[in-house]
Design a protein around this ligand. Sequence first.
Ligand SMILES: Nc1nc2c(ncn2[C@@H]2O[C@H](COP(=O)(O)OP(=O)(O)OP(=O)(O)O)[C@@H](O)[C@H]2O)c(=O)[nH]1
Ligand SMILES: [Mg+2]
Ligand SMILES: [Zn+2]
Length: 295
Amino acid sequence: MVSRGVIISAFGGSFRVASEGEIFVCTAKGSFRAKNISPCCGDNVMISQSSGEYVISEILPRKNEIVRPPLANLDQIVFVCASADPPPNLLNLDKFTAVSVYKGISPVIVFTKTDIGDAEKYAEIYREIFPTFCIDNGTGAGVDNLKDILRGKFSALCGNSGVGKSSLLNNLIPGAMARTGEISRKLGRGKNTTRRTDIFPLPEGGYIADTPGFAAFSTERYDLIFKEDLPGCFPEFKDYPDSCRFKDCSHRKEQGCAVLKALKEGRINPSRHRSYCEMYSEAEKLRTWQFKDRR
Ligand SMILES: Nc1nc2c(ncn2[C@@H]2O[C@H](COP(=O)(O)OP(=O)(O)OP(=O)(O)O)[C@@H](O)[C@H]2O)c(=O)[nH]1
Ligand SMILES: [Mg+2]
Ligand SMILES: [Zn+2]
């Protein structure tokens, strides 16, 4: 028996693969490790049966991948930020959305906890750039708007621990968190902190992955973007670079810079431009060899 499926969970070397309406618990062929690739959630795989066990025998080519959390073949990443408790870190959000654009995965932004924070203030910055939603997970207000953009696509919920990813998942798919909650209880942990990535089918069609949160404010390992590629990762800059006086304009302090003009006239948000400058300085410090082992 050989059949094709999709990995919907990966934990401790055990994989659940959805194939032809069934779920198979599989191990991975040892040779993947030798080739330094490991199967991850979202992978399209071939599974076969050998001496009564299901084994992932092949990983089909990925259209894209992210390393943390490990996921492949995404259409969208939903970056979830709390509007309070903890307040959002916009520099990190701008870094993550830039990497997402760089990889050709559409960013979507959700500000949760509208009941205790000024989500609208933050959403204002992003609404014209990326699809942006404000959601109260307690009442479910705002969830329906998000459903439209998830329909028929494979999306992942990503963001710091405690921002409300699993609560949002539960609003999208009633009962989903109960399932993951059971898992964390079995592991003997008090909180319902998500420990592993799981993929769920959406009632409206499409799939969504709930992922473990990043530790608060940790971006020490996000993907690197060459400084030349950086303006292209800020979609709201795209109308301007051709009109800058200098062809190699870095859009930070040059004379005749069209991006700076747009910033001054309020067409580009200062907070976004600050993040851009910060990322540009970081990119300047990079040497080409640091890109060598980039995945
Ligand atoms: N007030 C308020 N609290 C919320 C909201 N959404 C989630 N919470 C609370 O925030 C806490 C964390 O929610 P989770 O959904 O577990 O967060 P998470 O992002 O999945 O966290 P990790 O699994 O650790 O990454 C829980 O106590 C939730 O009840 C919201 O919209 N408003
Ligand atoms: Mg969670
Ligand atoms: Zn410029």
